[in-house]
Design a protein. Sequence first.
Length: 407
Amino acid sequence: MTKPITPIITSLLDNDLYKFTMLQAMLHQFPQTHGVYRFRCRNYQDTAYPLADIKPALEAQLDHLCQLSFTQDELDYLSGLRFIRADFVDYLELFKLKRRHIHVSIDDKNRLNIDIEGPMIQAMFFEVFVLAIVNELYYQQLTTPKIIEEGERRLQQKVDLLQRYAGEQSRSMPPFIIADFGTRRRFSKAWHTHVVETLHKAAPSIVRGTSNVYLAKKLKITPIGTMAHEFMQAFQALDVRLRDSQKAALEAWVHEYRGDLGIALTDVVGMDAFLRDFDLYFAKLFDGLRHDSGDPYAWGDKAINHYRQLKIDPKTKVLTFSDGLHIKKAWQLHEYFKERIQTSFGIGTNLTNDMGLTQLNIVLKLVECNGQPVAKLSDSPGKTMIHNDTYLAYLRQVFDIKEEQDQ
């Protein structure tokens, strides 16, 4: 008999909000879109043991994941979110992930490969679950009482820091706001819950939300999220000119949410190319912008200058930072920008996987859509992920982007 597993994912709500919001938009507007996703560990040389070793356990966890469905209580919670439509909840009531769309293998260098291929309204929902499972399986083999003790020590340091910042906040300035963005790279599901609950209780005026819908429901805090790179990337292969793909994606988002979820992601083909498309129309329609690569100070200054050139008061807008943050860095950015624009911060790995161990740098990215390559041209060297150099060169040419020094 096969030994029963302890499931890591026990609820389909244990996912980031932007997966639901993107899924709803794709279902309503582009339901037949086909996607291919590829897994990569960017620091596999630094792992304590080969990720290939977790393959049997990963296969078993995926089998269990694909048996899950939404409960009535979970559907009722989603129905209570203003931007979730009734017909989408009806779709989710019937929803199950299909095991045939995901394949795990080991390559000739003993590296773990995970490939997802299928309709995007299926395939896009795997990513966060898969990354969380890989992380937890990997760290299960490294967990000791000393590791947990070190995690608690670091968590208490965060509590102390947040309480200090809460006392230093000026009521006359925009508030310092943090949300948990750490589902994908968390140490474990249990640790994730412990961290978010602890930090929210310690500084509720600062730690106001989480990207994880399950935790938002459980802890009665705000679910946070809008769009991810895959949504913008998909439009590179939909029925629009490549040069118009960003504008088409933003237009589709506005059409779907009509004023809700108004934070636009800027680094799919770089900030400069984004701002060329982010004209007065979009600048008025969207509440603000999200930073996910490149120098955050230079990025924020560019955003503020862009609003000013459009005769928009930057103080009416918000910049959301979400790239490799920790609490102190977020506070420094807040202090730098607070007199000119509102800010908020999404902190991931440093909240949910700060245990003194080397953190896995793993991603699962959309690389193909409707049979065509798609790519993200990050503002940070090394983040671009594509398997087609010809398309990459074409994308750079169309958006007038200089070649990265390091990929």
